[in-house]
Write a protein that binds this ligand. Structure first.
Ligand code: PHE
Length: 448
């Protein structure tokens, strides 16, 4: 077998894992899901989900990888010596494929918007309606969405070809820092946008009457999606870790990822209200609200280009993580050479992305009950497959695996005894119980 890549430093894995977590999920998806689910009330539930469900689950997945030192499907075989848990890895690979299928489409949009920033000189003079039309006509056009997504698949494949270390580690550090700085700057600009006050009210004042069980499901799904939990991506990255404290690393990932999402909300919601965009607009919200901010700004052109370029790069570090996991699965469990595994994943995900992109056109065959495959993949993966994938890993981790070995491993990863006790309670009982309850409720078996 080819040698497994290792990250050169502790910061390397942190940067790569943050690179996977921070992406379109924070800037494109979080604001619109929050917008559709009541704004402030969603934000509160989301933060609770991140802290009490996401953080423990993330730590579990990283530790599993570190214990197994191999990619998801092979990991369970290696830890148990049998095939009983292989299904978790297979389900993860399927989730990864589904996420990539719609993710490549949106990543392509960010490339289009670099082009549009230049073409329209930072959306100069366009109002909310113009921007909506701009997006709609692009999304259903014959060529460009497909070209952009193909470019994105090729870019991802090439980064993987260059190797885990060089490809991901270096780029992530610089880009994340820049993205962070730019978001901070845009928050300030948004703050001074006329008519934006209502946006803060919507985003920060929780109206608890808006909390329905479906909102809780979406908050849970969004928190797992945003943190990259339940697919096996973190497990794969964990398998490259050699040293470092698992608790601190996990906490750092959770904090950075959540900060970026919250900041994106601070940029987008004032603009949504100032430009009369519906806060429940849906998947195109960020691509209408952000250009609206740039259209009013002095020096908007440079900022707009920089922003969409950074968004594309943040998306790239995420697609790399999902793609790398699929390649690692093929290499580790099917014994395919890395190069051919890379080609296979490229062809497969390109096909998935083309279908998802096509499903957004009105009246295509790729719709079920008026919903596009794009929306269905997104909804099903985030709200069901990721929480259930994480649940399966948790049952393995907290119940099926040798608890003595687990204890020694976790202490070896830097957990102290007291924390270990509380943590194991949370991971064995609390998080699984909440996930099961939310699911049962969703299928009308139990009423919360
Ligand atoms: N966390 C990524 C984002 O927010 C998406 C993702 C989901 C990546 C699941 C890997 C696994 O953009």
């Amino acid at each position: 077998m080819e040698e497994r890549s290792q990250f050169s430093s502790k910061f390397g894995v942190l940067a790569a894992a943050v690179g996977s977590a921070v992406g379109l999920g924070n800037i494109w998806k979080f604001p619109y899901v929050a917008g559709q689910n009541g704004g402030g009330a969603f934000l509160v539930i989301y933060l609770i989900c991140v802290l009490v469900m996401g953080f423990p689950a993330l730590m579990m997945e990283m530790s599993l990888g570190r214990m197994a030192k191999t990619s998801p499907i092979a990991a369970f075989r290696k830890l148990t010596g049998n095939d009983r848990w292989t299904f978790v890895g297979v389900m993860g690979a399927l989730s990864s494929f589904m996420v990539l299928s719609f993710y490549f489409v949106v990543a392509g949009w960010s490339l289009e918007y670099i082009y549009q920033s230049v073409r329209t000189t930072a959306f100069n003079g366009m109002n909310g309606q113009d921007l909506e039309m701009l997006f709609d006509s692009f999304a259903v056009s014959d060529c460009r969405p497909y070209i952009w997504l193909t470019i994105f698949v090729i870019l991802t494949g090439m980064l993987i070809l260059m190797g885990v270390q060089k490809g991901i580690e270096k780029g992530s550090k610089v880009m994340m820092t820049l993205l962070f700085a730019l978001l901070l700057f845009l928050m300030v600009v948004s703050y001074f946008t006329e008519g934006g006050r209502e946006g803060y009210e919507f985003y920060l004042k929780p109206d608890f009457s808006k909390i329905k069980p479906s909102v809780i499901l979406q908050a849970l799904g969004q928190s797992f999606f945003s943190l990259s939990i339940g697919v096996g991506v973190l497990l794969t990255y964990g398998s490259y870790v050699k040293k470092g404290n698992v608790v601190t690393t996990s906490l750092q990932i959770v904090i950075l990822d959540t900060l970026v999402a919250i900041m994106a909300g601070f940029v987008i919601f004032p603009s949504v209200f100032a430009f009369d965009i519906e806060p429940s607009e849906g998947a195109d919200m960020a691509f209408i609200a952000l250009p609206a901010v740039f259209s009013k700004m002095k020096g908007g052109l440079v900022i707009a280009i920089a922003f969409f370029a950074l968004l594309a790069m943040a998306a790239l570090t995420t697609t790399v993580s999902l793609y790398e996991m699929l390649v690692a699965v093929l290499v580790d469990s099917c014994k395919i050479k890395r190069f051919w595994a890379n080609i296979a994943v490229g062809v497969l995900t390109l096909a998935g992305a083309v279908v998802c992109c096509h499903s957004l056109r009105p009246g295509t065959v790729f719709q079920i009950g008026g919903q596009s495959l794009f929306e269905i993949f997104d909804y099903v993966v985030s709200n069901y497959m990721l929480p259930l994938g994480a649940l399966a890993m948790m049952v393995f981790f907290g119940w099926a695996y040798d608890q003595k070995k687990l204890h020694d491993a976790l202490i070896g990863f830097g957990m102290n005894e007291g924390f270990y006790k509380v943590y194991m309670f949370v991971i064995r009982y609390f998080v699984p119980a909440v996930i099961v309850l939310i699911m049962l409720n969703q299928f009308n078996i139990v009423r919360i």
